[in-house]
Structure formats: C-alpha cells, structure tokens
Design a protein around this ligand. Structure first.
Ligand code: DX5
Ligand code: ZN
Length: 228
C-alpha cells in the first residue's frame, strides 16, 4: 500500500549548513530529504534551458551522506540524466528521479542503471507533459517505482501551485493504486488537501516548511492530510 512520505525540499535550506538543516528536518518529522539537482545548459541554437538555475551535484550528496542515513530523494532536472546515475549511486543517493522530457529514448537503460546502482528509479513529468507519457515506464518489465507530477514549472522554489496538474494525479492513482505518486511545487497548508484528495502520497515542500515559524507543525499537517 502507499504510505505518506513527507519530503522537505533542501533547495529552501541554508546550503552552508546542509547537514544541520537535514537533521533539523528529520527531527521535525520528515521522512525523506528532497534534493533538487539543476544544471543550466545553454543550447546555442535552441536557446533553451531545461532549467536556468544551478544547485548541487553528486559531491554534495556524498558529503551529506556522511552525516545522515536518511532517504535522499534526488530529483534530476538535467538534460542528460544518464551521465549522473553512476556518480549519484556512488555518492549514496537513495532515489533517482529523471524527467521523461529528457529521456524519451533511453529510459529503459536509465531504469536498469539506476537499479543496478542500488537506487530507486522515478520519473518526473512537467506541467505541460501529458500523463500517458509515463505509462510505459510504470508498466515496463523493470518499472519506475515512483512518478513525480510537477505542480509548478521546474526551476525554482516558492512558485504557485498549479491545480490543473491534479487531473494527472487522479488518473495515475486510479490506474495504479499501489504506485508512489509524488507532487512537487507550491505544496503547503493551503494546497495539500487538493493533492492528497487527488491521490498523491509523497509530498515535497520547500518554502512552506522552511519558511514556517514551526516547521514541525507544517510537516504533521501535510502528513495528516495524506493519511485522512
Ligand atoms: C522546483 C523543485 C522543487 C522546489 C519546491 O523546480 O523541483 O522541489 O524546491 O519548492 P516549493 O515547495 O517552495 O515550491
Ligand atoms: Zn524537486
């Protein structure tokens, strides 16, 4: 069955104190730590970035791993996720979620590699990508074990939740009752009920947790909403 996983997004933490920020969130009741990996790639001819921000890479995961046994839920917003599988596996990542938009041609190879390095494979979809795109990955012989439905455009913390993405969560939950479905972007006390009702069980929350006077209360509120 699906159990709630509350995953504070470390993108909203104080990067200069990552280990203590991680311990703080785990003490507040977090299940997972969500790690946003963004690498801006400028294509000279396409003039398009997957994301425009730069966050952290495998060396940071490796350093953090020395301070905690927690599940490190890595979300890779990069154009070439296959290049990151081995470094992240060796660094101690727990989950490795790639974007379908970057991996249409090599997702089978990606899933196999992620698993062979001892990580849990996941696939993410941007708000503009239709949900059917992930069906083959969930139904594959070696399937992904989580689908991350982006509830904002990837790139930054602190954006506004997009309720129209909930249709995708509802469809996935109906089709796959036991699947881990993660939502990411703009989740907090005012939006969690929409996501929980639609069927999401893994909840990423950055600014709503780190920005709260009492983050533990927000984490337990998120959990209670998923559980009810
Ligand atoms: C956005 C990232 C999110 C982000 C969420 O590209 O994938 O994980 O940190 O932050 P909030 O909860 O502030 O929207
Ligand atoms: Zn994320």
């Amino acid at each position: 069955g699906v159990t709630p996983k509350i995953a504070p997004s470390m993108l909203s933490s104080d990067f200069a104190n990552l280990a203590s920020e991680a311990h703080r969130m785990l003490n507040y009741g977090a299940d997972w730590l969500h790690m946003d990996i963004m690498v801006p790639i400028f294509h000279l001819f396409l003039c398009r970035h997957f994301v425009s921000n730069l966050t952290m890479g495998a060396p940071v995961i490796e350093s953090l791993r020395k301070h905690t046994k927690a599940y490190l839920d890595c979300h890779l917003m990069v154009t070439n996720p296959l290049d990151y599988v081995e470094p992240f596996g060796k660094a101690g990542a727990s989950g490795f979620t790639f974007h379908i938009e970057t991996s249409k041609d090599n997702w089978k190879e990606l899933i196999e590699n992620i698993k062979s390095l001892g990580m849990r494979p996941g696939v993410a979809i941007k708000p503009g990508t239709s949900v059917e795109a992930v069906y083959p990955l969930v139904e594959a012989e070696t399937p992904v074990e989580m689908v991350l439905v982006m509830t904002v455009e990837p790139g930054f913390g602190g954006q506004k939740f997009m309720p129209e993405t909930m249709d995708k969560v509802r469809i996935l939950r109906k089709k796959y009752p036991a699947l881990d479905i993660e939502v990411d972007g703009g989740l907090g006390p005012s939006t969690i009920d929409m996501a929980a009702l639609a069927g999401a069980n893994c909840i990423v929350a950055g600014s709503s947790v780190f920005g709260a006077p009492e983050p533990a209360q927000v984490i337990s509120l998120l959990r209670n909403s998923v559980e009810k």
